[in-house]
Design a protein around this ligand. Structure first.
Ligand code: SF4
Length: 307
């Protein structure tokens, strides 16, 4: 259940003196603002809508299905395990599949293949842990935390009220009774893409930091991971289905803090410059209005500036 009263306390349109708090989500910070401050301004501050893409719809459908799966599987997890131990793998896996919900509309975007892979991974995980801590302790967990962040901009100090919020796909208890958080993605996974691994760690650090700041009962995060069951969906070279699970890395918390400071500074000085790049702008719905693509926009092109 979305906690609307929490969202009413904050806004993306925050500026110094605003009566509400500055809302920061994982996506607004690590995707939108980091991707391009101008796009952040278009999307978050001006609230412009971009049409829902197939990728977005596919992601929502798969996320919804997995959330319901983890609710439906709860009463039958022991039965699945018993069937598996009796050597009835097909029956056990079939029972697992039955825990997926029927979609309201038939899937048309390849969701079934993605869910099949997710279920195969779930089945393997259930057997490997022998059912122990198999069920999540957090399933699409909505977390809110409110705090004041001190920043100095142009030699002036500000106490900025922050509302940090996000939805954590899943959290699990580890064998040491600490917490592992997991993120599901339906995009591609490029093999040996170091940048992607770093960006996933940054995203997970946002969640871990948020749980910690919220003094949440599951704030003791020691591990994180991500699942890309559609990593190879487009059949592109050097792509693969992929998942990772690892110990957290503290330096990514520093990275979140730095990013947050940059975002807050942009709000204080009201400066959201375009950060253009041929590749990423091609997918931006605001290109026609973006200063980087209008007359005089050369100054925003870092590579051109160097020439
Ligand atoms: S067109 Fe490019 S530079 Fe402009 S807002 Fe979009 S992503 Fe940013």
């Amino acid at each position: 259940m979305v906690k609307f009263e929490e969202y009413r306390k904050s806004t993306y349109q925050w500026h110094p003196g605003h009566e509400k708090e500055l809302r920061i989500t994982k996506t607004s910070l690590t995707s939108d603002f980091d991707f391009c401050p101008k796009q952040y301004e278009f999307k978050r501050i001006e609230g412009r809508k971009s049409p829902e893409t197939d990728d977005m719809r596919r992601g929502t459908n798969v996320h919804d299905a997995m959330e319901i799966y983890f609710i439906n599987v709860r009463p039958v997890v022991e039965k699945i395990l018993t069937l598996a131990k009796d050597g009835k793998d097909e029956d056990a896996f079939e029972l697992m599949l039955q825990c997926l919900p029927e979609p309201k509309e038939p899937y048309t975007l390849g969701e079934e293949d993605i869910l099949q892979t997710r279920m195969e991974w779930e089945y393997a995980r259930l057997l490997s842990v022998d059912g122990v801590n198999y069920l999540p302790i957090m399933n699409e967990e909505e977390v809110h935390v409110h705090f004041v962040k001190k920043v100095t901009v142009n030699d002036e100090e500000y106490d900025v009220p922050i509302h940090m919020t996000g939805m954590i796909d899943r959290g699990f208890m580890t064998e040491d009774e600490t917490v592992a958080i997991m993120e599901l993605k339906t995009g591609k996974w490029k093999v040996d893409d170091v940048y992607k691994v770093r960006s996933m760690r940054t995203e997970m650090a946002f969640y871990a930091d948020m749980l910690n700041k919220a003094d949440h009962p599951y704030k003791n995060v020691t591990h994180w991971g991500w699942l890309f069951p559609a990593g190879d969906r487009l059949g592109l070279p050097n792509t693969a289905k992929h998942w990772d699970y690892e110990k957290i890395s503290k330096r990514y918390f520093k990275s979140i803090d730095t990013r947050m400071n940059r975002l807050i500074e942009a709000h204080i000085i009201n400066d959201f410059p375009p950060d253009p790049h041929q590749g990423k702008c091609a997918y931006c719905p605001f290109m026609e209005e973006c200063p980087a693509w209008l007359e005089g926009g050369e100054k925003y092109w870092k590579n051109l500036r160097r020439d």
